[in-house]
Design a protein around this ligand. Structure first.
Ligand code: NAD
Length: 283
């Protein structure tokens, strides 16, 4: 196998999904996060996710015990020295991502590619804090990762064609295809989606319609599987807010100003599915 051991940094919503997908496909995974408490939560989430996967993919034959056996849950960054590929999924915050990349750049072999899983942060900027900007590439996975066959791949300014080929092979191994786009804040998907979600939050804030009706309009009129606010709850409202803020700072355009309601909900701990309540309730 070309990528025997994969380092997955960040064990939140996306990191757990990426680790599960990789382990199901036979890779060894080193899953790194900052505390044992977060890792315990990641184990719980993985258990739930495997149950959901088995439910939606009857006869897939995925053995939860075998998946768990392939994943090393750890707070020890040094274990990333054995990685043949790294997917980073830490909090959508430039300060945090910068520290993580400076750290992993010192530990991980120089020939190894770093895939940045981000909603809006510039891949070129991430590359600039490493000694391998040619081997840094954006991989905007969709949530839930094991169920979504397409990945938006982002070419940073220094990303080479060889790195894009490596990324394609890596994703093919995960059972996924990719669409390669250029590096602009929000890329294609989130430049549109984040603006839509933010505008939907303004509609609720302004009392134009409750969240359930906003979502129903998109589901019934446009045949979307989920409305924008349900999608926001799935992604996590903290991640949405950070992404809208990145767009606002990057373009200096007032159309990306975050809805005050969104800020208030994040401050109140209403983060969507992961906290049990967002625009909708999940108890
Ligand atoms: P999350 O908040 O669920 O998880 C982030 C994890 O990073 C947490 O477990 C946190 O403890 C960990 N972390 C923070 N600092 C760390 C450090 N120094 N070292 C190791 N781990 C650290 O967030 P998420 O939804 O999983 O998002 C992760 C990334 O993926 C973000 O950049 C986000 O924009 C992007 N993304 C999210 C979605 C989505 O639907 N949630 C979709 C595509 C991309």
């Amino acid at each position: 196998m070309e990528f025997t051991t994969v380092g997955v940094v960040g064990a939140g919503v996306m990191g757990v999904g990426v680790a599960q997908n990789l382990a199901q496909r036979g890779h060894q995974v080193v899953l790194v996060d900052i505390s044992d408490e977060v890792l315990d939560n990641a184990r719980r989430e993985l258990r739930n996710s495997l149950r959901a996967y088995a439910l939606f993919n009857k006869g897939s034959g995925v053995d939860p015990a075998a998946v768990f056996e392939k994943i090393e849950f750890t707070t020890d960054y040094e274990l990333l020295a054995k990685a043949d590929f790294v997917v980073e999924n830490v909090t959508e915050d430039w300060g945090i991502k910068q520290q993580v990349y400076e750290r992993i750049d010192r530990i991980v072999r120089p020939d190894v590619v770093f895939a940045v899983n981000t909603s809006a942060i510039s891949i070129t900027r991430v590359g600039s804090v490493t000694t391998r900007p040619d081997r840094v590439i954006g991989m905007h996975f969709m949530n839930p990762v094991p169920m979504k066959p397409m990945v938006e791949v982002i070419r940073g300014h220094h990303t080479t064609p060889e790195t894009i080929d490596t990324a394609r092979r890596f994703l093919a191994g995960m059972g996924k295809e990719c669409i390669v786009v250029e590096d602009v804040p929000g890329f294609v998907s989130n430049r549109v989606l984040m603006l839509t979600i933010n505008e939907a939050a303004f509609l609720v804030q302004d009392g134009v319609a409750p969240a359930a009706d906003v979502d129903r309009i998109f589901q019934t009129c446009f045949d979307h599987k989920m409305g924008p606010l349900e999608t926001a709850d799935l992604i996590g409202l903290d991640t949405i807010l950070k992404s809208v803020e990145v767009l606002y700072e990057s373009f200096n355009d007032s159309k990306y100003r975050p809805a005050p309601l969104l800020k208030k909900m994040v401050a109140a701990g209403l983060l969507g599915r992961k906290s049990g309540e967002g625009f909708h309730k999940y108890h």
